[in-house]
Design a protein around this ligand. Structure first.
Ligand code: 5GP
Ligand code: ZN
Length: 114
C-alpha cells in the first residue's frame, strides 16, 4: 500500500468524510484545524507538490480552485472571505507531500503569515 497518507485517505473513502468529491479531487476537513473552517482540497492523482505540476497538469490547478470555491460556498465562508494556502516544499512549510490547497475561514486572518 502507498505510504502517502492522502493517497490512503483517497483510496479508502469510508475512512474519512469527504465534503465534496469529483473525478479530479476531494475535499475534507483538516485534522488539526487552524480556523473555525479549515478544509483541504487534494487531487486524486498523486502529485508531490505544486513544483511537480507539469504544463499538461496545470488544468488540475484550476479545477481544484473550483472545488475550493464550491466547498467554501457549502461551508458558508464565502461572503466574509477566506484564505487559500498552498505550502510548497520545506521552506514553504509543506509537511504532507501530496499537493493540497488549504482553505481557511470563519475568522479574521493575519498578515504576514508565520
Ligand atoms: P502542510 O503542512 O503539508 O501544508 O499541510 C498538511 C495538513 O494536513 C496539516 O494541516 C495537517 O493537519 C493535515 N493532516 C495531516 N494528516 C492528516 C490526516 O490524516 N487527515 C486529515 N484530515 N488531515 C491531515
Ligand atoms: Zn499521495
Amino acid at each position: 500500500m502507498t505510504e502517502c497518507i492522502f493517497c490512503q485517505l483517497i483510496e479508502n473513502p469510508h475512512r474519512t468524510n469527504f465534503l465534496l468529491e469529483d473525478e479530479i479531487g476531494v475535499a475534507f476537513n483538516d485534522i488539526n484545524p487552524q480556523a473555525p473552517t479549515h478544509f483541504l482540497v487534494v487531487p486524486k492523482q498523486h502529485v508531490a507538490s505544486a513544483r511537480e505540476l507539469g504544463e499538461n497538469d496545470i488544468a488540475i490547478f484550476g479545477h481544484l480552485m473550483g472545488l475550493c470555491q464550491q466547498v467554501a460556498s457549502l461551508t458558508g465562508i464565502c461572503e466574509e472571505g477566506y484564505r487559500y494556502v498552498l505550502n510548497t516544499g520545506k521552506n514553504g512549510g509543506q509537511t504532507v507531500n501530496h499537493l493540497h490547497f488549504h482553505v481557511l475561514g470563519g475568522r479574521q486572518m493575519g498578515w504576514p503569515p508565520g
